[in-house]
Design a protein around this ligand. Structure first.
Ligand SMILES: [Ca+2]
Ligand SMILES: [Ca+2]
Length: 269
């Protein structure tokens, strides 16, 4: 129908130049064809005129099957002819550059850089990250620096706190902590007078999430002891705090020494 419509419209004087330019350089043919349409059908008109110049204008009708049509040739040489329009995009969660591997989420985990980024609070006003030379008979488990909690017994007791915040990646699993501890104590009775709690804290709320492990004067020994604890909860994506809290009473010193910590998980790197 479009073809017939355009021929008829081209019959007007005002439209003739555009029609000629677009599709019919021979007005006589258009006239002839129009006459044929009046006498027969539109299909008959198209078939009867083998020299119809419109046959060279495929863009108007999209018939690529006609031999010699310009668009047929163009499609034949298009470099992407016959190929899928585009390769399927990768899934949104694909991370080709991600290689999962073990990481230690703590910074300065062996204390060799001094205090930062650990944060200390000592009831007795002591530095909690020290050089091994400050403790008689003790060598650091790694390097020359270590954490020393307690070791004094003031009236009313005291509390030492050493903590570090860290971000647990959203894909991090599982989570565990290992390190070296040395508990020394002058306590002689079989009761826990001096204690140390190692726990995870939610930084935003300040709430304790898990007490990972506790020690007391009852764990006293004569050297470094390795320890490993697993985190039970799923805190992926949260900002957490690893906190060590030593509570000592007013007599018989107990010391809790830490070194070579590693907060282990597996995440993209
Ligand atoms: Ca160390
Ligand atoms: Ca004590």
């Amino acid at each position: 129908m479009a073809r017939i419509f355009r021929i008829e419209k081209g019959g007007s004087a005002s439209d003739t130049p555009r029609i000629l330019t677009d599709r019919n350089p021979v007005p006589a043919l258009a006239t002839s064809c129009a006459a044929a349409i009046l006498a027969a059908t539109a299909m008959g008109c198209a078939t009867a005129s083998s020299a119809d110049p419109d046959a060279g204008k495929p863009a108007l009708f999209g018939d690529a099957s006609v031999a010699g049509r310009p668009d047929a040739a163009i499609q034949g040489i298009r470099p992407d002819a016959g190929m899928p329009a585009d390769a399927a995009p990768p899934p949104a969660d694909a991370s080709p550059d991600c290689v999962k591997g073990p990481v230690n989420l703590l910074s300065n985990a062996d204390f060799e850089l001094g205090l930062a980024p650990w944060v200390e609070t000592s009831g007795g006003g002591y530095a909690l990250v020290v050089n091994e030379s400050e403790i008689t008979g003790v060598d650091a488990a790694s390097g020359i620096f270590l954490a020393w909690m307690g070791g004094y017994s003031p009236v009313g007791g005291a509390t030492d706190v050493l903590l570090q915040d860290f971000v647990l990646p959203s894909d991090a699993t599982p989570l565990s902590l290992d390190g070296m501890i040395w508990v020394d104590s002058a306590e002689i009775l079989g009761l826990a007078f001096d204690t140390l709690d190692l726990e995870l804290v939610n930084v935003a709320s300040g709430a304790s999430l898990e007490v990972l492990k506790s020690w007391s004067n009852l764990d006293k020994g004569s050297g470094w002891v390795p320890f490993t604890v697993s985190v039970a909860g799923d805190y992926a994506g949260q900002t957490l705090r690893l906190r060590m809290t030593a509570d000592v009473d007013s007599s018989n010193n107990s010391s809790f020494l830490f070194d070579t910590l590693s907060l282990n998980t597996t995440t993209c790197q």
